[in-house]
Design a binder for this molecule. Sequence first.
Ligand SMILES: C[S@@+](CC[C@H](N)C(=O)[O-])C[C@H]1O[C@@H](n2cnc3c(N)ncnc32)[C@H](O)[C@@H]1O
Length: 269
Amino acid sequence: MTGREICRRFKSAGIENYRFEAEILAEELSGRSYSDETDYAGIEPAVKKREEGYPLQYIIGKWWFWDCEFIVNENCLIPRADTEILVDTTIKLLPKGAYFADLCTGSGCIAISVLRTRKDTKADAYELYKDTLKIASENAELNNVSDRISFFCGNVLDRCVPNRKVYDAIVSNPPYIRSDVLPTLDKTVGFEPKAALDGGADGLMFYRAILDNFTGNLKEDGFFAFEIGYDQAEQLKYLSEHRNMRCEIKKDLCGNDRVAVVRFEQKFV
Ligand SMILES: C[S@@+](CC[C@H](N)C(=O)[O-])C[C@H]1O[C@@H](n2cnc3c(N)ncnc32)[C@H](O)[C@@H]1O
């Protein structure tokens, strides 16, 4: 099948960035550069899978985020460009030599990206599923940060971090989609783990649990940094204020509310 045919098939299937996806698929699976005329023999099954909605990232088994490459498969959420706002915020706010936690680490993309840029820091990453943790650990190796990160299997809805651990920051991109919204999402998202997306009836279950369970694991002048949905800023402010904390919201490049930074009241500047 030629490059041009892959583009045509993806366009007819309604894939928005059909040319970009055709180029990546052809190049990654063949090891050759893309051209409209090149014949990519044997690519038909992958093209068919993508036409059926299966994510390009799972087909090629990798994706790019921040300045890193990450292994991805059906056991982890595909890293999203929106999440780079949380990485950027964390990198700017962490004090020198910081020790931070990444809760709900998934592919490990947040902690690993921060560690790559901030070589003075170290991290602990927590995740519920062993198979997901395995990918995160492989990604730490791939990106040469495994000497500065430790991985733990734990349920963030419980107190999975021991009391003796005290961090400069606790960051998280937890599941935050309302359960009733999940069935309305794009077909491609349906191939990603439901447990990575489902934030409970009001989408706030994980923020509540993290603010309730882990304030004792945060230094007095430390901060929580969360990725949030575009419509969750007011709710995060409410949850924070009811716990004597203050919340500052950062926007993404489209102008949507995207990150909440939460600190103890007296230390907020
Ligand atoms: C939205 S994904 C974020 C993954 C990654 N941090 C990222 O930004 O791409 C949420 C992650 O939380 C994990 N998770 C779900 N329930 C959890 C729980 N109760 N405790 C710990 N992790 C959980 C999921 O398996 C998934 O990897």
